[in-house]
Design a binder for this molecule. Structure first.
Ligand code: HGY
Ligand code: MN
Ligand code: MN
Length: 418
């Protein structure tokens, strides 16, 4: 009887120690890093490849048929009999520079321990369960986010093949000659998908302040990213009078403050200049060039796009007044996306069974889930972040108890899905 079996699963899940396993594996994955101190794991670095191999090994030992695909995604399947559709449950394993060990990885490892448990108790789902570790979500190495999930979602942009990293290495060269066709062959069609689920750390303080271990994501903010190059006039720091200067860094500084002012008012509107540099700068030279990134996002595209228009106009006016040129290049654009009501209520049911009050919140961070929103139903479960909710930092942390609860909520949701 299905109900009894679900109860069986629930009981066995109590002593499965999901949380301890998840945190332990996250710690072990964090040893694969490009830096001696902290966790940096960017696209196709040796650390990135070692992480992918470790994940494939763990997927094999969990009894999944696991492969690393042409763009570095690690895909493990807990198959269902017949030609069922597939439910993808996953997240990304790349990190920002000096990032945290749970961003992305929590979602992969939660899906992994749940899939392993289903196989151990011999539970077959009415759909294939694909545990997927996406190779590149942050967009650190090539400034293009969601490369792994966009490939599987059939949204990979051919232009990405021409992108170069900070050392001038071309993405296409990394992928090899058959790269583009191998990547486009990864695309899943909507008809083969049952849905997409992602468990992710909240990366903010809301659940911590509410005293809740998990929350249900209602929508994912949409971001627009730009790369801005300011060209002024380099000069001797000692001899050029202030009024005659066309200082690229001073113009950039004014732009940063203008972004901060424009985004101060909007509830979910946020603007960030995360990278700002004077290439080949020197202490006694007026900066002739300054390069900066710009990330603007909001939970609704209208609010965000109004801010984009205002800020681009402000940049133009600052450049004219200062006699510098500003080249603004849009490098990524992702619309805000809603999470499917069906999955939101399924998560709410599973959470309520644990005695926790279902709580709904938006995601200011972008996630791989956004790549699948046009293709199939998406659902996301947030897990409380410790240390004041900090993320994209070595201080990022969760508790084993919260990870355990998230895994049991996911398990309950899966076994009750038709
Ligand atoms: O930038 C983001 O929102 C995500 O962490 N990639
Ligand atoms: Mn991140
Ligand atoms: Mn993430």
């Amino acid at each position: 009887m299905l109900k009894d079996r679900v109860v069986d699963i629930g009981k066995s899940a109590q002593d499965a120690r999901f949380g301890a396993k998840i945190v332990d594996m996250a710690r072990r994955l964090a040893q694969f890093s490009e830096s001696a101190d902290g966790l940096t794991c960017t696209f196709f670095s040796p650390a990135h490849k070692a992480t992918a191999s470790q994940l494939r090994e763990w997927m094999h030992s969990a009894g999944l048929k696991a492969e690393i695909d042409a763009i570095g995604n690690v895909v493990g399947r807990h198959p269902s009999p017949g030609s069922a559709k597939a439910l993808i449950v996953g997240s990304h394993y790349d990190t920002v520079i000096n990032g945290g060990m749970f961003d992305g990885r929590l979602g992969i490892l939660t899906a992994l321990v749940v899939a392993e448990h289903l196989r151990c108790v011999g539970w077959r789902l009415p759909f294939h369960l694909d545990v997927v570790a996406f190779s590149e979500e942050e967009g650190v190495r090539f400034s293009a986010p969601y490369l792994g999930s966009s490939a599987i979602a059939g949204r990979f942009k051919e232009a990405t093949m021409q992108y170069r990293d900070a050392n001038g290495i071309r993405f296409g060269d990394l992928m090899g000659d058959t790269g583009a066709s191998a990547i486009s062959a990864l695309a899943r069609s909507a008809s083969t998908l049952r849905g997409y689920l992602e468990v992710h750390i909240e990366q903010g303080p809301v659940l911590l302040q509410k005293g809740l271990p998990v929350g249900i994501v209602t929508s994912i903010a949409g971001a627009v990213r730009f790369w801005i190059t300011i060209d002024g006039v380099a000069g001797h720091a000692g001899t050029v009078p202030m009024l005659l200067r066309h200082d690229a860094a001073a113009a950039a500084a004014e732009i940063v403050l203008a972004v901060e002012r424009r985004c101060a008012g909007g509830a979910t509107l946020v603007g960030t200049v995360g990278q700002l540099a004077v290439p080949r700068g020197a202490i006694n030279v007026i900066p002739g060039r300054c390069e900066l990134s710009l990330d603007l996002r909001a939970v609704d595209d209208g609010t965000r796009d109004a801010a984009v228009a205002d800020i681009l106009d402000t940049i133009k006016r600052i450049a004219e007044r200062r006699g510098v040129t500003a080249n603004v290049k849009e490098i990524a654009r992702q619309a805000a996306v809603p999470c499917a009501k069906g999955f939101q209520s399924s998560f709410a049911k599973a959470i309520s069974k644990t005695g926790i009050e279902p709580f709904y919140l938006v995601s200011g961070a972008g996630h791989d889930a956004a790549m699948f929103a046009d293709l199939t139903d998406i659902g996301m479960l947030f897990v409380r972040c410790g240390n004041g909710g900090i993320s994209h930092s070595p201080l990022e942390t969760i508790t084993e108890e919260d990870a355990d609860l998230a895994a049991r909520v996911l398990l309950d949701l899966l076994v009750n899905m038709d």
